[in-house]
Design a binder for this molecule. Structure first.
Ligand SMILES: NC(=O)c1ccc[n+]([C@@H]2O[C@H](COP(=O)([O-])OP(=O)(O)OC[C@H]3O[C@@H](n4cnc5c(N)ncnc54)[C@H](OP(=O)(O)O)[C@@H]3O)[C@@H](O)[C@H]2O)c1
Length: 270
C-alpha cells in the first residue's frame, strides 16, 4: 500500500532500524525485505548504515524497488558537514543515491535555510531523490517549505500523542508525515481500547495502531521489530479496514504522551 507525495509513490509501511546494529541489524533488515517491506529507515546516528546496505545488496531485491531513508545528525547541520555526512552515508549504504535525506533534528546553531540549501544541492547532484526534515514543529516546517520542496517530516506519532496541527500543515503543503515510535515503543500492546477494536478484526493492538496510522492520508509508519513474529505481524495490516467510528475511538486516546524528548529538542507546541 502506497501514498503519493509530490507525485511520488511511497510505501506507507516502512521498517525502522534503530537501535539495531551489527549482525542483528543485517539479519533484521534481510528478514524485513523477505517479508515484503520496501521502505527502510536508517540514520547516520544509528551506526547501522553499513549493515542496512549489506542486507539490501544481499537480498536480491532491486535497489529501485526500495524507498531508502537516511538522516543527518543535527551537529552536522552546517553546509560543509552536510555534504561530508551524506557522502559518508552513501558510501556505507553502498548506494549511489538515497530516496530521502532528512535533517534528524533542528539545529540550534545553524539555520534550517542553510542546512536545507546544502541538502537541495545534493538533490541537484542526484545523490538524494528527496529532501526532508524530522522533529520539526509546525512553525519550523512552515519555514522549511519556503526553502524548497520538503517531502517529509518524520515525527513521533501514535495513538497517545496527537499531531493534528502538523497533519493539517502537511496536508496543505503535500508533505509526508512519517510516524516514528508508531507503537509508542511497544506501549500500545497494553491498551484496552486497541485490544477491543483488534478483537473485532482478529488483529493485535499493534496491528490496529499501524492500520489507524496508514489509513490516514499522507501518513507513513516505520515500526521497529527485532523479533521475526513482530516484523511479520506488523506487515499483516493490509487485509482489514477500520471504520470511521473505530478511527475516532483511537484518535480519542490522545493524552499528549511524548516518549522521545531529548534536551536538544525544539519547542514542540508552536
Ligand atoms: N527521527 C527520529 O528522531 C526517530 C526517533 C525514534 C525512532 N525513529 C525511527 O522510528 C523507528 C521506530 O521507533 P521505535 O523503535 O522508537 O518504536 P516503535 O516502533 O513504536 O516500538 C518498537 C518496540 O515495539 C515492539 N514491537 C514491535 N512490534 C510489536 C508488536 N507487533 N507487538 C508488540 N510489540 C511490538 C518492539 O519489540 P521487539 O524489538 O522485541 O520486536 C520494540 O520494543 C526506529 O527504529 C527509528 O527508525 C526515529
Amino acid at each position: 500500500m502506497n501514498t503519493t507525495i509530490h507525485g511520488v509513490s511511497v510505501p506507507v509501511l516502512g521498517f525502522g532500524t534503530w537501535p539495531l546494529t551489527g549482525a542483528a541489524a543485517v539479519a533484521a533488515v534481510t528478514d524485513a525485505l523477505a517479508v515484503g517491506y520496501r521502505h527502510l529507515d536508517t540514520a547516520r546516528m544509528y551506526r547501522n548504515e553499513r549493515e542496512v546496505g549489506r542486507a539490501l545488496r544481499q537480498s536480491g531485491v532491486n535497489r529501485s524497488e526500495v524507498f531508502l531513508t537516511t538522516k543527518i545528525w543535527h551537529t552536522d547541520a552546517e553546509p560543509a558537514r552536510v555534504h561530508r555526512s551524506a557522502e559518508a552515508g552513501l558510501r556505507e549504504l553502498d548506494t549511489d543515491y538515497v530516496d530521502l535525506l532528512l535533517l534528524h533534528w533542528p539545529s540550534d546553531h545553524v539555520t534550517p535555510e542553510q542546512t536545507l540549501e546544502a541538502m537541495f544541492e545534493l538533490q541537484y547532484r542526484e545523490k538524494v531523490r528527496h529532501v526532508g526534515v524530522s522533529n520539526f514543529p509546525p512553525r519550523l516546517l512552515e519555514r522549511a517549505t519556503h526553502v524548497g520542496p520538503i517531502f517529509c517530516n518524520q515525527v513521533e506519532y501514535h495513538p497517545f500523542l496527537s499531531q493534528q496541527p502538523l497533519l493539517d500543515l502537511c496536508g496543505r503543503k503535500d508533505v509526508l508525515l512519517t510516524a516514528y515510535s508508531p507503537l509508542a515503543t511497544g506501549k500500545v500492546h497494553g491498551d484496552a481500547t486497541l485490544r477491543e477494536i483488534g478483537e473485532a478484526h482478529g488483529k493485535s493492538p499493534a496491528q490496529v495502531t499501524l492500520r489507524w496510522l496508514i489509513q490516514q492520508p499522507g501518513v507513513a509508519a516505520i515500526p521497529k521489530a527485532s523479533t521475526p513474529e513482530h516484523r511479520r505481524g506488523n506487515f499483516d495490516v493490509f487485509d482489514f479496514e477500520l471504520t470511521e467510528a473505530e478511527m475516532g475511538r483511537i484518535f480519542a486516546l490522545d493524552r499528549g504522551e511524548r516518549l522521545i524528548n531529548p534536551g536538544f529538542a525544539p519547542q514542540w507546541e508552536s
